[in-house]
Design a protein around this ligand. Structure first.
Ligand SMILES: Cc1ncc(COP(=O)(O)O)c(C=O)c1O
Length: 334
Protein backbone atom coordinates (compact mmCIF):
# COMPACT_ATOMS: atom_id res chain seq x y z
CA UNK A 1 0.00 0.00 0.00
CA UNK A 2 1.44 3.42 -0.92
CA UNK A 3 1.82 5.69 2.08
CA UNK A 4 -0.35 8.76 1.70
CA UNK A 5 1.20 12.04 2.78
CA UNK A 6 -0.62 13.72 5.62
CA UNK A 7 -3.00 16.49 4.52
CA UNK A 8 -1.49 19.98 4.60
CA UNK A 9 -3.50 21.59 7.38
CA UNK A 10 -2.35 25.18 6.79
CA UNK A 11 -4.11 25.38 3.42
CA UNK A 12 -7.50 24.75 5.03
CA UNK A 13 -8.12 27.62 7.40
CA UNK A 14 -11.44 28.07 9.12
CA UNK A 15 -13.16 31.41 8.54
CA UNK A 16 -12.48 32.18 12.23
CA UNK A 17 -8.71 31.66 11.79
CA UNK A 18 -8.80 33.80 8.66
CA UNK A 19 -10.63 36.53 10.49
CA UNK A 20 -8.15 36.38 13.39
CA UNK A 21 -5.08 36.83 11.16
CA UNK A 22 -6.73 39.50 9.00
CA UNK A 23 -7.78 41.42 12.12
CA UNK A 24 -4.22 41.38 13.44
CA UNK A 25 -2.89 42.62 10.09
CA UNK A 26 -5.65 45.24 9.98
CA UNK A 27 -4.36 46.54 13.32
CA UNK A 28 -0.90 47.07 11.78
CA UNK A 29 -2.49 49.00 8.93
CA UNK A 30 -4.67 51.08 11.26
CA UNK A 31 -1.63 51.95 13.40
CA UNK A 32 0.25 52.92 10.28
CA UNK A 33 -2.58 55.22 9.13
CA UNK A 34 -2.80 56.76 12.60
CA UNK A 35 0.92 57.32 13.03
CA UNK A 36 1.83 58.13 9.44
CA UNK A 37 2.02 61.94 9.74
CA UNK A 38 4.45 61.60 12.68
CA UNK A 39 6.65 58.94 11.13
CA UNK A 40 9.71 59.78 9.08
CA UNK A 41 9.04 59.38 5.36
CA UNK A 42 11.87 56.87 5.31
CA UNK A 43 14.29 55.48 7.83
CA UNK A 44 16.69 54.93 4.98
CA UNK A 45 17.38 51.26 5.80
CA UNK A 46 20.66 50.09 4.35
CA UNK A 47 21.07 46.56 2.97
CA UNK A 48 22.93 45.57 6.14
CA UNK A 49 19.94 46.71 8.22
CA UNK A 50 17.05 45.61 6.01
CA UNK A 51 18.33 42.22 4.87
CA UNK A 52 18.82 40.57 8.28
CA UNK A 53 15.55 42.09 9.52
CA UNK A 54 13.30 40.93 6.71
CA UNK A 55 15.09 38.13 4.85
CA UNK A 56 14.32 35.48 7.46
CA UNK A 57 15.45 31.88 7.11
CA UNK A 58 12.63 30.11 5.28
CA UNK A 59 10.88 28.12 8.03
CA UNK A 60 9.91 24.46 7.74
CA UNK A 61 6.80 25.09 9.82
CA UNK A 62 4.26 27.91 9.96
CA UNK A 63 5.26 30.91 12.08
CA UNK A 64 2.90 31.53 14.99
CA UNK A 65 0.51 34.35 13.98
CA UNK A 66 1.91 36.71 16.63
CA UNK A 67 5.49 36.32 15.28
CA UNK A 68 4.29 36.69 11.71
CA UNK A 69 2.41 39.89 12.49
CA UNK A 70 5.38 41.29 14.47
CA UNK A 71 7.48 40.65 11.38
CA UNK A 72 4.98 42.46 9.16
CA UNK A 73 4.90 45.36 11.61
CA UNK A 74 8.68 45.71 11.46
CA UNK A 75 8.59 45.54 7.67
CA UNK A 76 5.88 48.21 7.47
CA UNK A 77 7.29 50.64 10.04
CA UNK A 78 11.05 50.17 9.77
CA UNK A 79 11.92 49.14 6.23
CA UNK A 80 9.36 50.78 3.96
CA UNK A 81 9.43 54.24 2.41
CA UNK A 82 6.03 55.72 3.23
CA UNK A 83 4.76 56.90 -0.14
CA UNK A 84 1.40 57.77 1.48
CA UNK A 85 3.11 60.17 3.90
CA UNK A 86 1.92 63.79 3.64
CA UNK A 87 5.55 64.88 3.15
CA UNK A 88 6.46 62.35 0.47
CA UNK A 89 7.05 64.47 -2.61
CA UNK A 90 9.70 62.60 -4.52
CA UNK A 91 9.17 60.16 -7.35
CA UNK A 92 6.27 59.43 -9.64
CA UNK A 93 4.12 57.09 -7.56
CA UNK A 94 0.61 57.31 -6.21
CA UNK A 95 -0.08 57.15 -2.49
CA UNK A 96 -2.72 54.45 -2.86
CA UNK A 97 -6.09 54.75 -1.17
CA UNK A 98 -7.93 53.07 1.68
CA UNK A 99 -10.70 51.65 -0.58
CA UNK A 100 -8.00 50.40 -2.94
CA UNK A 101 -6.23 48.60 -0.11
CA UNK A 102 -9.44 47.02 1.18
CA UNK A 103 -10.29 45.87 -2.34
CA UNK A 104 -6.83 44.31 -2.65
CA UNK A 105 -7.66 42.06 0.30
CA UNK A 106 -10.73 40.74 -1.47
CA UNK A 107 -8.81 40.47 -4.75
CA UNK A 108 -6.25 38.21 -3.11
CA UNK A 109 -9.01 36.32 -1.30
CA UNK A 110 -10.81 35.57 -4.57
CA UNK A 111 -7.50 34.90 -6.35
CA UNK A 112 -9.26 35.04 -9.72
CA UNK A 113 -7.43 33.78 -12.78
CA UNK A 114 -8.19 36.01 -15.76
CA UNK A 115 -6.69 33.53 -18.19
CA UNK A 116 -10.13 32.59 -19.45
CA UNK A 117 -13.55 34.18 -19.37
CA UNK A 118 -15.23 31.35 -17.48
CA UNK A 119 -12.57 31.54 -14.77
CA UNK A 120 -13.53 35.07 -13.83
CA UNK A 121 -16.48 36.51 -15.79
CA UNK A 122 -16.92 39.45 -13.42
CA UNK A 123 -13.27 40.50 -13.54
CA UNK A 124 -13.11 40.07 -17.32
CA UNK A 125 -16.16 42.30 -17.80
CA UNK A 126 -14.71 44.91 -15.44
CA UNK A 127 -11.47 44.96 -17.46
CA UNK A 128 -13.37 45.31 -20.76
CA UNK A 129 -15.70 47.98 -19.41
CA UNK A 130 -12.94 49.94 -17.66
CA UNK A 131 -10.60 50.00 -20.64
CA UNK A 132 -13.40 50.98 -23.04
CA UNK A 133 -14.45 53.74 -20.69
CA UNK A 134 -10.89 55.01 -20.31
CA UNK A 135 -10.40 54.88 -24.08
CA UNK A 136 -13.55 56.97 -24.46
CA UNK A 137 -12.26 59.51 -21.93
CA UNK A 138 -9.16 59.93 -24.11
CA UNK A 139 -11.44 60.52 -27.11
CA UNK A 140 -10.76 57.21 -28.85
CA UNK A 141 -13.70 56.10 -31.02
CA UNK A 142 -16.22 53.26 -30.64
CA UNK A 143 -14.38 49.96 -31.11
CA UNK A 144 -11.44 51.07 -28.98
CA UNK A 145 -10.47 48.96 -26.00
CA UNK A 146 -7.53 47.70 -24.08
CA UNK A 147 -6.03 45.64 -21.33
CA UNK A 148 -5.04 46.14 -17.72
CA UNK A 149 -1.45 45.14 -17.05
CA UNK A 150 1.39 45.25 -14.60
CA UNK A 151 2.90 48.63 -15.37
CA UNK A 152 3.65 51.34 -17.87
CA UNK A 153 6.73 49.46 -19.00
CA UNK A 154 4.62 46.49 -20.06
CA UNK A 155 1.86 48.70 -21.50
CA UNK A 156 4.38 50.46 -23.75
CA UNK A 157 5.88 47.14 -24.79
CA UNK A 158 2.51 45.61 -25.62
CA UNK A 159 1.49 48.73 -27.58
CA UNK A 160 4.73 48.82 -29.56
CA UNK A 161 4.32 45.16 -30.46
CA UNK A 162 0.96 46.08 -32.03
CA UNK A 163 2.82 48.83 -33.91
CA UNK A 164 5.49 46.42 -35.10
CA UNK A 165 2.99 43.81 -36.28
CA UNK A 166 0.64 46.26 -37.97
CA UNK A 167 3.40 48.13 -39.77
CA UNK A 168 5.61 45.18 -40.76
CA UNK A 169 2.73 42.78 -41.44
CA UNK A 170 1.44 39.99 -39.24
CA UNK A 171 3.87 37.50 -40.87
CA UNK A 172 6.50 39.06 -38.61
CA UNK A 173 4.93 37.16 -35.70
CA UNK A 174 5.99 33.87 -37.30
CA UNK A 175 9.04 34.91 -39.32
CA UNK A 176 10.60 37.31 -36.81
CA UNK A 177 12.15 40.65 -37.69
CA UNK A 178 15.20 39.35 -39.55
CA UNK A 179 13.55 39.75 -42.96
CA UNK A 180 12.11 43.18 -42.20
CA UNK A 181 15.32 45.18 -42.59
CA UNK A 182 16.15 48.19 -40.46
CA UNK A 183 13.28 50.12 -38.86
CA UNK A 184 13.06 53.33 -36.86
CA UNK A 185 10.95 54.57 -33.96
CA UNK A 186 10.88 58.23 -32.99
CA UNK A 187 10.89 59.63 -29.45
CA UNK A 188 12.89 62.19 -27.48
CA UNK A 189 15.66 61.77 -24.96
CA UNK A 190 13.09 62.60 -22.30
CA UNK A 191 10.89 59.63 -23.30
CA UNK A 192 10.90 56.97 -20.59
CA UNK A 193 13.69 54.39 -20.86
CA UNK A 194 11.08 51.68 -21.32
CA UNK A 195 10.60 52.78 -24.96
CA UNK A 196 14.18 51.83 -25.80
CA UNK A 197 13.82 48.68 -23.73
CA UNK A 198 10.63 47.73 -25.60
CA UNK A 199 12.44 48.14 -28.94
CA UNK A 200 15.19 45.89 -27.59
CA UNK A 201 12.69 43.27 -26.38
CA UNK A 202 10.85 43.34 -29.73
CA UNK A 203 14.04 42.49 -31.58
CA UNK A 204 14.09 45.90 -33.29
CA UNK A 205 17.10 47.05 -31.29
CA UNK A 206 17.21 49.91 -28.81
CA UNK A 207 19.32 51.72 -31.41
CA UNK A 208 16.30 51.92 -33.70
CA UNK A 209 14.77 54.54 -31.36
CA UNK A 210 15.76 57.98 -32.65
CA UNK A 211 16.17 60.76 -30.07
CA UNK A 212 14.49 63.68 -31.84
CA UNK A 213 15.61 67.17 -30.94
CA UNK A 214 13.54 69.04 -28.32
CA UNK A 215 12.54 72.67 -27.81
CA UNK A 216 13.34 74.71 -24.69
CA UNK A 217 10.42 73.08 -22.89
CA UNK A 218 11.69 69.56 -23.59
CA UNK A 219 9.02 68.83 -26.22
CA UNK A 220 9.71 67.10 -29.51
CA UNK A 221 10.36 69.50 -32.40
CA UNK A 222 8.04 68.51 -35.30
CA UNK A 223 10.47 69.86 -37.91
CA UNK A 224 13.28 67.73 -36.49
CA UNK A 225 10.98 64.73 -36.60
CA UNK A 226 10.21 65.32 -40.27
CA UNK A 227 13.91 65.62 -41.04
CA UNK A 228 14.73 62.38 -39.18
CA UNK A 229 11.99 60.48 -41.02
CA UNK A 230 13.23 61.79 -44.38
CA UNK A 231 16.82 60.84 -43.56
CA UNK A 232 15.74 57.34 -42.56
CA UNK A 233 13.70 56.82 -45.71
CA UNK A 234 16.61 58.06 -47.82
CA UNK A 235 18.90 55.46 -46.27
CA UNK A 236 16.47 52.55 -46.64
CA UNK A 237 15.22 52.47 -43.06
CA UNK A 238 11.47 51.84 -42.55
CA UNK A 239 9.88 54.43 -40.22
CA UNK A 240 7.64 52.37 -37.96
CA UNK A 241 6.24 54.25 -34.99
CA UNK A 242 6.14 57.65 -33.39
CA UNK A 243 6.31 57.48 -29.58
CA UNK A 244 5.08 60.75 -28.17
CA UNK A 245 5.05 61.36 -24.44
CA UNK A 246 2.13 63.06 -22.68
CA UNK A 247 3.83 64.00 -19.44
CA UNK A 248 7.51 63.08 -19.31
CA UNK A 249 8.70 61.52 -16.09
CA UNK A 250 11.37 64.08 -15.29
CA UNK A 251 9.63 67.33 -16.23
CA UNK A 252 6.00 66.66 -17.19
CA UNK A 253 6.62 67.93 -20.72
CA UNK A 254 3.90 67.08 -23.24
CA UNK A 255 5.00 66.60 -26.84
CA UNK A 256 2.97 68.69 -29.37
CA UNK A 257 0.40 66.00 -30.05
CA UNK A 258 -1.68 67.72 -32.81
CA UNK A 259 1.39 68.38 -34.97
CA UNK A 260 2.85 64.96 -34.28
CA UNK A 261 -0.47 63.23 -35.06
CA UNK A 262 -0.58 65.02 -38.41
CA UNK A 263 2.95 63.87 -39.26
CA UNK A 264 2.19 60.31 -38.18
CA UNK A 265 -0.86 60.26 -40.45
CA UNK A 266 1.05 61.69 -43.44
CA UNK A 267 3.98 59.34 -42.98
CA UNK A 268 1.83 56.31 -42.08
CA UNK A 269 3.50 55.83 -38.72
CA UNK A 270 1.82 54.12 -35.79
CA UNK A 271 1.17 56.84 -33.21
CA UNK A 272 1.80 55.61 -29.69
CA UNK A 273 1.33 58.08 -26.84
CA UNK A 274 2.99 57.26 -23.53
CA UNK A 275 0.56 58.91 -21.14
CA UNK A 276 1.59 56.66 -18.26
CA UNK A 277 2.30 59.65 -16.05
CA UNK A 278 0.31 62.56 -17.48
CA UNK A 279 -2.76 60.81 -18.89
CA UNK A 280 -5.05 61.65 -15.98
CA UNK A 281 -4.95 65.30 -17.10
CA UNK A 282 -7.52 64.20 -19.69
CA UNK A 283 -10.10 63.82 -16.90
CA UNK A 284 -9.72 67.34 -15.50
CA UNK A 285 -11.64 69.87 -17.63
CA UNK A 286 -9.06 72.61 -16.99
CA UNK A 287 -6.11 70.39 -17.95
CA UNK A 288 -7.64 68.28 -20.72
CA UNK A 289 -6.76 70.82 -23.47
CA UNK A 290 -3.08 70.08 -22.75
CA UNK A 291 -3.64 66.59 -24.16
CA UNK A 292 -5.50 67.69 -27.31
CA UNK A 293 -4.46 65.38 -30.15
CA UNK A 294 -4.25 62.26 -27.99
CA UNK A 295 -7.58 61.17 -29.50
CA UNK A 296 -5.70 60.52 -32.75
CA UNK A 297 -3.38 57.92 -31.15
CA UNK A 298 -3.31 54.31 -32.31
CA UNK A 299 -2.28 53.26 -28.81
CA UNK A 300 -1.99 54.93 -25.42
CA UNK A 301 -0.27 53.67 -22.29
CA UNK A 302 -1.77 54.96 -19.08
CA UNK A 303 -0.95 54.22 -15.41
CA UNK A 304 -3.94 54.54 -13.04
CA UNK A 305 -1.50 53.68 -10.23
CA UNK A 306 0.11 57.07 -10.65
CA UNK A 307 -2.23 60.07 -10.72
CA UNK A 308 -5.44 58.07 -10.16
CA UNK A 309 -4.00 56.53 -6.97
CA UNK A 310 -5.09 52.93 -7.59
CA UNK A 311 -2.92 50.34 -5.83
CA UNK A 312 0.32 49.27 -7.51
CA UNK A 313 0.41 47.97 -10.08
CA UNK A 314 -2.31 48.75 -12.56
CA UNK A 315 -1.37 50.13 -15.94
CA UNK A 316 -3.48 50.03 -19.08
CA UNK A 317 -2.78 49.78 -22.73
CA UNK A 318 -5.58 51.38 -24.75
CA UNK A 319 -5.84 50.85 -28.49
CA UNK A 320 -7.88 52.68 -31.09
CA UNK A 321 -9.03 49.40 -32.62
CA UNK A 322 -9.42 46.65 -30.03
CA UNK A 323 -9.05 44.03 -32.79
CA UNK A 324 -5.33 44.80 -33.15
CA UNK A 325 -4.73 43.18 -29.78
CA UNK A 326 -6.19 39.92 -31.00
CA UNK A 327 -4.22 40.18 -34.24
CA UNK A 328 -0.96 40.62 -32.33
CA UNK A 329 -1.58 38.23 -29.47
CA UNK A 330 -4.02 35.47 -30.38
CA UNK A 331 -2.64 31.92 -30.25
CA UNK A 332 -4.11 28.45 -30.54
CA UNK A 333 -3.32 26.47 -27.42
CA UNK A 334 -3.47 22.71 -27.07
C1 LIG B 1 6.05 58.44 -18.92
C2 LIG B 1 6.27 57.11 -18.27
N1 LIG B 1 6.27 56.00 -19.03
C3 LIG B 1 6.46 54.78 -18.49
C4 LIG B 1 6.69 54.61 -17.15
C5 LIG B 1 6.91 53.24 -16.61
O1 LIG B 1 5.79 52.88 -15.88
P1 LIG B 1 5.78 51.74 -14.76
O2 LIG B 1 6.72 52.18 -13.69
O3 LIG B 1 4.34 51.69 -14.34
O4 LIG B 1 6.23 50.46 -15.43
C6 LIG B 1 6.70 55.74 -16.32
C7 LIG B 1 6.96 55.61 -14.87
O5 LIG B 1 7.25 56.55 -14.19
C8 LIG B 1 6.48 57.02 -16.88
O6 LIG B 1 6.49 58.14 -16.12
Amino acid sequence: MPVRPAPVPDLAWTPEQADDLATRVLAVWRDLLEQLPDLPVTKGSTPSEAAPAVALPVPEHPMPPADLVAHLRELAFEHTTQVGHPAFFAYVVGAGTVPGAAAELLTAGLNANLGGYRLAPGAAEIELHLTRWLAGRFGLPEGAGGMVMTGGAMANFVGLKCARDQRLGLEVREAGVREAGPVALYATEEAHVVIRRAADMLGLGAGSVRAIEMDDELRMRPAALRAAIAADRASGVTPLALCATAGTTTSGAIDPLPELAAIAAEEELWLHVDAAYGGAAAFAPDLAPLLAGIERADSISFDPHKWLYTPQSSACLLVRDAAVLARSYDVEAA
